[in-house]
Write a protein that binds this ligand. Structure first.
Ligand code: NCD
Length: 398
């Protein structure tokens, strides 16, 4: 895009180089890409999310949380439709006392007066302390982070940029909440405080199952080609030891995994397979039978071009839909995730599955609030203050 051409040399650098620019002394300055979410950082963020979740159950805890970032202001700049990401970020801000404002329709901003998007962002950064943004333009958030770096070099005001969904490319904060859900689900630690009974019970039935996200098979089903949540989560999971991934999608060019993600996964050496039905077999065993965690997604129709619209409409989607029979093949502990929204017409997850104990998607959405609050705490370097608040509240019986 012409508007971003000055950033071209920066955009074409290696992931490592870019990620170095987006952090300082191991702490994120901006969250642009899922590859920034390393296992070490996720551990810290999940710990903060746990503290926030527990504090929020307690009136004094709530008060302490609201004081944490009461001096900060957030801009939610969402020019692409969003329900969960927008609302959970707003709820996260409210939990932490941040005040926030929103622009959801660029027609109500000075973009109609031909203001460039970059000028709009710089204006937001004058009034707010963090910009959380979603756009259909893949590189926009990344370019905004470069603008901020540039301003920082000039010793001018610069604020963190959070990518809340970029085109069909990246959705790192969704990967963050997906990982928080996975980590909570596979928390079989004997001494673990969280929901010990059912999970530890299951742990005994599956002694080879280890704690945490490593050594597990993740199956992704649906629109693998255009699902930014799949791309971001697969990138994060590939950093854990011994993960296997199975991608289930119709064999249409735009729906199968794109070459960029295929190469990205190959570079990490992760074992992955691509199949065209949930009933497929790999090494003589059914895909669902070997799945430790199932990640369903919808077909992203809004990205259809005129040419593909008809072709995609003609695809038989039945091999990509969950049914009670298919859920019956899944392991008894295997969580079923979905970033949502689910497609109520296609029905990739029928509502009859919602009462299954493995259906985690509503809890996953709620986890978004805790995980995003933890991210804000991290960006504003308030993890220590959060920890002190937690120790205070739970030490003194109030
Ligand atoms: C996803 C998104 O926007 O990419 N939704 C979300 O953020 N929870 C997935 C989707 O729209 O299918």
């Amino acid at each position: 895009m012409q508007e971003f051409s000055e950033f071209e040399p920066l955009l074409s650098r290696s992931v490592q180089e870019k990620n170095l620019e987006f952090q300082r002394h191991g702490r994120l300055k901006h969250l642009i890409a899922a590859s920034q979410l390393t296992p070490e950082l996720l551990e810290k963020l999940c710990r903060s999310a746990d503290l926030i979740r527990r504090l929020s159950r307690n009136p004094e805890g709530n008060r302490r949380l609201r004081d944490l970032l009461a001096h900060k202001r957030a801009m939610l700049y969402f020019t692409q439709p969003s329900t969960r990401t927008f609302l959970s970020f707003m709820a996260a801000c409210q939990i932490l006392g941040l005040s926030c404002n929103e622009v959801r329709d660029p027609k109500t901003s000075s973009e109609v007066k031909r203001e460039s998007r970059m000028d709009s962002i710089r204006m937001f950064s004058s009034y707010f302390d963090v910009i959380i943004m979603r756009s259909q333009i893949s590189n926009f958030a990344e370019c905004c982070a470069y603008l901020m770096s540039d301003l920082e070099r000039q010793e001018r005001r610069s604020v963190p940029i959070v990518n809340a969904g970029a085109g069909s490319d990246e959705h790192p904060t969704q990967a963050l909440l997906d990982m928080y859900t996975i980590i909570r689900t596979f928390d079989f630690d004997e001494n673990s405080e969280s929901r010990p009974s059912r999970l530890n019970e299951l742990r005994r039935s599956f002694p080879s199952l280890i704690c945490g996200p490593s050594q597990k098979t993740y199956t992704f089903c649906g629109d693998i080609g255009r699902g930014r949540t799949v791309r971001s989560l697969a990138t994060v999971l590939s950093q854990y030891e011994g993960t296997r991934m199975i991608f289930v999608s119709p064999e249409h060019d735009v729906l199968v995994m794109d070459e960029e993600l295929r190469q990205r996964l190959k570079m990490t050496g992760v074992e992955f397979y691509e199949v065209n039905s949930l009933d497929a077999e790999i090494d003589g065993e059914s895909v669902l039978g070997q799945t430790d965690c199932l990640y369903m997604t919808r077909i992203q129709r809004e990205h259809n071009s005129k040419d593909t619209e008809q072709e995609i409409a003609e695809i038989d989607l039945s091999p990509f839909l969950l049914s009670p029979q298919r859920v019956g093949v899944l392991k008894s502990y295997a969580p079923i995730l979905h970033p949502f929204p689910r497609d109520s017409v296609v029905g990739e997850i029928p509502t009859s599955i919602d009462s299954d104990p493995r259906a985690m998607y509503f809890r996953q959405a709620r986890n978004g609030m805790w995980a995003r609050a933890a991210l804000l705490v991290h960006l504003f370097d308030a993890a220590d203050s959060l920890f002190f608040a937690y120790s205070d509240v739970f030490r003194s019986p109030k």
